[in-house]
Design a protein around this ligand. Structure first.
Ligand SMILES: Nc1nc2c(ncn2[C@@H]2O[C@H](COP(=O)(O)OP(=O)(O)OP(=O)(O)O)[C@@H](O)[C@H]2O)c(=O)[nH]1
Ligand SMILES: [Mg+2]
Length: 349
C-alpha cells in the first residue's frame, strides 16, 4: 500500500442512519455505534461525521481546512429548497464556497438541472471516490471501492486487454449536430456535456465523464466532429486525445447518426475512421441513431427503417455487423441505454 495521503471525506446531515450507511459503504466496515467524535478510516479513506451544530462545523472545517469531499446526506422526498437553504447555511457557518458541499442524492435519484446545488448520484459519488484513490495510488492491486476489481493496466484502444471486464470506454463519434453530446448525457443519466442546437460545432474539445452501469464502469468520451475541418491541425490533436483517453481499457466506438438526415459526408465515414483509428474500427463500432421520435412520428418502426434506408447507410450498418441502437435523447428512458449496454456487453465477451 502506498503512503499517500488518504482521501478525507466529511459526511454531514441530520439523517444519522443514512449517513452511517454511506460511511459503511465507503469504508466497507460496520461502524456500530456511529460516533460523531471519531475519525473512521481504512487504507484509502478517512471519514469524519461531525455533530451537526454550528460550533462543531466551524471546528471541523477549521481543523480540516481542505477535505477532499464534503457530502451532505439527504433523505428520499427531500425538498430542494430546504436543502438549498441548508447548503447556504453551511456556507455561512464554514465560510466555504457553496460548491464545496455536494448533496448525495438518494438511490434511484437522477441528477437534474432543477437542483440549485451541486449534487452527485450514488453511482457517480462512488466512481469519483474510486478515481480519487486511484489518482493518489491508494488502490490495492486487485480490488477497488465496493469490491470492484481495479483497472490500471494500460491497454491499446481495442476490445481486448480488459482482464477485469468491469470497465469500458464509449467514444462518441460523428458529424456535428447529430447528437453526440446529447447521447452521452442520456447514457450518463445526467446532463454533463453541453448539447444544443447551433449552426456551428458546439463541442470543440474532447471531454469525458464517467458512470457505473450494471456494475461496469463506463467512461463516456464526447468528441468534436473530428472531420469537420480536417485541414486544421486541431483535428489530429482531437484524435490523439481520444486515443490517449482510450488507453485505460477496452474501447467501443458509438457512431452517432441523425436518423432522418444521412448526409454525403457520412457515406465514407467508416473508411475515414479506419484511417485514424485503424482498420479494426468497424469491429468495435455500434451505430447510434438519434431522434427516434422522428421515426415514431412517421409511423415507422426501427426495423422498417433499417430495411428501407439508403443503400449507403445500409452498407455502413452491415459493415458494423448490424450493431445499431435507436435513441431519443429528448425522452431519455432507461430502455435505450440498456439495449446499448447489451450490445456493448456482447462485444466485450
Ligand atoms: N428531439 C431530439 N433532439 C435531439 C436528439 N439528439 C440531439 N438532439 C438535439 O440536437 C441538437 C444537437 O445536439 P448535440 O448533442 O449538441 O450534437 P453534437 O453531435 O454533440 O454536436 P457538436 O458538439 O456540434 O459536434 C441539440 O439541440 C439536441 O437537443 C434526439 O434524440 N431527439
Ligand atoms: Mg457535442
Amino acid at each position: 500500500m502506498a503512503h499517500s495521503k488518504k482521501i478525507s471525506v466529511v459526511v454531514l446531515g441530520s439523517e444519522d442512519d443514512l449517513m452511517k450507511a454511506l460511511i459503511t459503504i465507503i469504508l466497507g466496515k460496520d461502524l456500530s455505534p456511529l460516533s460523531k467524535t471519531k475519525i473512521y478510516d481504512n487504507d484509502m479513506y478517512e471519514v469524519t461525521c461531525p455533530p451537526y451544530t454550528a460550533d462543531d462545523l466551524k471546528n471541523i472545517f477549521a481543523a480540516n481546512q481542505d477535505p477532499d469531499m464534503s457530502l451532505l446526506v439527504v433523505k428520499e422526498g427531500f425538498s430542494p429548497d430546504m436543502v438549498w437553504q441548508e447548503v447556504e447555511n453551511l456556507k455561512r457557518i464554514t465560510r466555504k464556497p457553496t460548491e464545496e458541499f455536494i448533496v448525495v442524492l438518494p438511490f434511484g435519484y437522477k441528477e437534474s438541472d432543477r437542483y440549485p446545488f451541486k449534487c452527485y448520484t450514488m453511482e457517480y459519488l462512488f466512481s469519483k471516490l474510486t478515481h480519487l484513490a486511484e489518482d493518489r495510488h491508494l488502490m490495492p492491486t486487485n480490488t477497488s471501492l465496493a469490491g470492484q476489481p481495479a483497472s490500471s493496466t494500460p491497454t491499446s484502444p481495442s476490445l481486448e486487454g480488459n482482464p477485469s471486464g468491469t470497465e469500458v470506454n464509449l467514444v462518441l463519434l460523428g458529424m456535428t449536430g447529430t447528437g453526440k453530446s446529447a447521447s452521452g448525457n442520456t447514457i450518463l443519466g445526467e446532463k454533463r456535456f453541453t448539447s444544443k442546437a447551433s449552426s456551428k460545432p458546439v463541442t470543440t474539445e474532447c471531454q469525458q465523464a464517467e458512470t457505473v452501469i450494471n456494475g461496469r464502469r463506463v467512461r463516456i468520451i464526447d468528441t468534436s466532429d473530428i472531420f469537420y475541418d480536417e485541414r486544421k491541425s486541431s483535428s489530429g490533436e482531437h484524435v490523439r486525445k481520444v486515443k490517449e483517453l482510450c488507453q485505460s481499457g477496452p474501447c467501443v466506438y458509438l457512431l452517432v447518426i441523425h436518423v432522418s438526415r444521412f448526409t454525403d459526408g457520412e457515406r465514407d465515414i467508416l473508411e475515414k475512421l479506419g484511417k485514424v483509428f485503424g482498420s479494426k474500427v468497424r469491429e468495435q463500432t455500434v451505430i447510434l441513431f438519434t431522434r427516434g421520435k422522428d421515426l415514431e412520428q412517421g409511423g415507422m418502426s426501427f426495423e422498417d427503417f433499417l430495411h428501407r434506408c439508403q443503400p449507403d447507410l445500409k452498407k455502413i450498418v452491415e459493415k458494423c455487423g448490424g450493431r445499431c441502437v435507436l435513441f431519443e435523447n429528448s425522452d431519455s428512458g432507461p430502455d435505450q441505454v440498456e439495449k446499448l449496454m447489451e450490445i456493448v456487453d456482447r462485444m466485450l465477451k
